[in-house]
Design a protein. Structure first.
Length: 341
């Protein structure tokens, strides 16, 4: 998973953003922007990509629909700054950026590391260096970060047009990535990412229909001392599992409408109906993270049917926020399904 830094709370969990524990971060982004630039000329409608867009050939601008209304941006932005998730998504698509918020280099390919080295780090999480941002003379600023994380958008607006895509829950991340890439002029790359994901889903469902039908899954991760989190089909990894047709094992007393909920170590036995259990594999070389090890070392964990059958699998990219990452996760699902009796 491509990690960027953002501030997290223990109340809600968000992927991919490195700080003390961004695995436990909250879902969403600070959505809020409608920048109005003055321009007088006729427009024509171009409905491709992530929403309605109007191109203005005389001024070289187009209007993009955001969750908070229309924003006029350059038709071909050349000096983009990406903040939070947006920087990771655009980096994945090879979109040139002049500035980004700090990204965990451990999650980058060699090419991506080289690309980031040519960019200016303009902050960490929502703590931005506005002087640096101003000095870069951006023509577009794109934000995608947890809704509970406030960005000073009003201070950014005078610098350049600002697009903000708010994420209120994990299932909104992948669609938001397509909107961001569309705004950055990389809609075709976004469509390519999604097609690869959809094609992989189709193949998985076709090749392993029988095993998918007879297997119940659970997704868990250890959290605060003495507790662990159970993730539902609306969580990060859960959404991919649902797309793949995987069935979630029933858990007695599970709340409705939550993407995750906490149980105590004493309640580990509630996972008894799971044939396969997925855990956070974002440790070194795909190993379970330290917090999860504290869970799986519990005596009552070893008594679970999935543990006895060696069907507990760490999954790198546990907090998925990108389509390319989703394809890798589906590859992992395929290997697990292939090895199931």
């Amino acid at each position: 998973m491509l990690r960027t830094r953002a501030h997290a709370t223990s109340a809600a969990r968000t992927p991919g953003i490195r700080t003390a524990r961004l695995r436990r971060a909250a879902a969403g982004l600070v959505a809020a922007v409608a920048v109005t630039l003055t321009a007088s000329c006729s427009t024509t409608t171009d409905g491709s990509g992530g929403g309605e867009k109007k191109k203005d050939g005389a001024s070289g601008t187009r209007t993009v629909q955001t969750p908070d209304g229309p924003v006029k941006i350059p038709a071909d932005p050349q000096r983009i700054i990406g903040l939070s998730y947006a920087s990771a998504w655009m980096l994945d698509a090879g979109v040139p950026m002049v500035g980004v918020t700090d990204i965990d280099s451990g999650a980058l390919s060699a090419d991506q590391k080289a690309a980031v080295e040519k960019m200016t780090i303009v902050g960490e999480g929502n703590e931005l260096n506005f002087e640096k941002i101003l000095s870069l003379k951006p023509d577009l600023i794109v934000i995608s970060a947890p809704k509970h994380v406030p960005f000073n958008i009003e201070k950014l607006k005078p610098i350049a047009p600002v697009l903000s895509y708010g994420i209120g829950k994990p299932t909104e991340l992948l669609p938001a990535s397509l909107s961001v890439l569309d705004a950055a002029g990389a809609a075709e790359k976004g469509a390519e990412f999604k097609k690869a994901y959809d094609d992989k889903l189709a193949g998985l469902k076709s090749d392993y229909a029988d095993k998918i039908a007879r297997t119940d899954w659970a997704i868990v991760n250890s959290g605060e001392a003495g507790k662990f989190s159970v993730y539902t089909e609306t969580s990060w990894l859960g959404a991919v599992a649902k797309d793949a047709g995987l069935k979630f094992a029933p858990v007695a007393g599970a709340p409705e409408g939550e993407f995750s909920y906490d149980l105590s170590f004493e309640q580990i036995g509630k996972l008894k109906d799971a044939d396969v259990i997925l855990v956070d594999g974002d440790g070194e070389n795909g190993a379970p993270v330290a917090e999860t090890v504290s869970l799986t070392e519990q005596k009552n964990w070893s008594e679970l049917p999935a543990a006895k059958k060696k069907q507990v699998h760490p999954v790198p990219g546990f907090f998925i926020s990108r389509y390319p990452e989703g394809v890798k996760i589906l590859d992992q699902f395929e290997q697990i399904l292939k090895d199931l009796p």
